[in-house]
Write a protein that binds this ligand. Sequence first.
Ligand code: F6P
Length: 555
Amino acid sequence: MLLSQHPLFSALKAQAQQAQTLTLAERFRQDAQRAAHLSFRLGDDLLVDLSRQQLDTATLAQLCQLARELKLPKAIAGLFADNRFNPSEQRAVLHTALRMPASRVLEHNGVNIIPAVHAELAKMRHFCQRVHNGDWRGYTGLPIRDVVNIGIGGSDLGPAMVCEALMPYQDKGIRPHFVSNIDPAHLATILATLDPATTLFVVSSKSFGTDETMSNAMAARQWLLNACSDTSSDASNDASLVQQHFVAVSTHRQKVVEFGIAEENMFEFWDWVGGRFSLWSAIGLPIALAVGFERFEQLLAGAHAMDEHLRTAPLEQNIPVLLALLTVWNHNVLGYASEAVFPYSQLMARFPAFLQQLNMESNGKSVTHNGQPVSHATGPVVWGDVGSNSQHAFFQLLHQGTTVVPAEFIGFVNSPYDYPSHRHKLLANMLAQAEALAFGKSEQKVEAELKAEGLSEQRIATLLPNKVMPGNRPSTVILCKELTPHTLGSLIALYEHKTFVQGVLWGVNSFDQWGVELGKKLASGLVDTLSGKAGGQSHDPATQQLIKQIAEWRA
Ligand code: F6P
């Protein structure tokens, strides 16, 4: 049965208006223990506080019951066993296997896949050791100093986000770089800072056929070969040069070999790992190179801890489940169209972009597993940026705009950086925003303040409506002890599972992405038109006008 057809959903819908009118201030007055009643912990380093959401424990219990009736427990069990959760691509969904200990058994098509996972991890470890200890050298005999990941989407966003988040752990003498965009500015500006003799390229592509990635990889290969032909007399052996400076991460062995990368320099993953869930596989190689393989293992361990929590915790205490149910409550029941995430950490600047792919590519769907149109909203718009910067950019709308945006604040108590007063201010700002959103500032309070300032009656009348803050705007606070590889692993897995659970509740396939294909196809035809080759495609009038203008303006 679909979410929107379930009587429990109708019962929840019937509560919506009352839930929005009962203020958060009133809710806290009614239950002095509300903060504790609506806070959930994982281990002793992660706390999730839902007390500033427009619901109470009774509503959460109803949402959990709805999840039970939509067979969520069975789906969760399925995520840790062989499954066919991606029927449109005829694939299983088994990314949790990537962080399972070697002792576990997970059979896929009758074969235990855990040994293959650990064999690939061992290969990554060995390769990282060789790069770190200078055993793996470039064409002039110098050790590798820069690693350039060439990939896009899931083959870029995860590793790029994690490398930046773990910058304080980058102590291996390797600088990671990420080239994704087909805009030549991306590749060119990064290559301009690099020495080809000490640069290693990791070509990351599940399909090894994504146009942006392959175009950038070919251009990088040419850059290397050009540089060698300028400096080396023995540049004739292009193949061995490429093999010294290029490795690949893919599921497509043959295409990798055709590119010129040696088979032994290819790191494999499997079709049961979705691109946006792949940073735990060899797609995470740049992470392991930048922070060391042991830290990469800690990242996996953090994710595994969250997996075990999802697998074993009762729904009422299950953090990813509760976050997913909260989206159902805010989006489907209360009608809020987007949700925003604000990491109060500069190191987590890429996290909102990572979450956008994870959640919107997964749940931006409008048909069910059986191809039936859904009769309820699915994925909300997910957006965000870092605090405290966001406060000085768009928080005005969150506080006083006509659109209510449920917000998720993510804070870290400890930091390896000095400047203790900065750190206090950072957390103080996060707490202040959540408090201001929830409780606002009443007319009486604003008026009393303005009177105390000695303003005239007329000036007060003008200012008053502008300064009143409505409050009652929902937010969640996720508080972590510190941004370590382990915590980060747990946090990412938390959002992966939130996405998965949402997909189960909405009845959609969270693991395909057919919607991006049409644009790719049209772009490939338009390349021919723009590059002056006879274009076979006919285009709509708006496109034709733009093609004409491009031709006129082209330098
Ligand atoms: O275009 C979307 C997409 O297929 C993503 O799902 C994927 O992460 C990205 O492109 C890159 O794909 P690949 O790893 O095959 O190059």
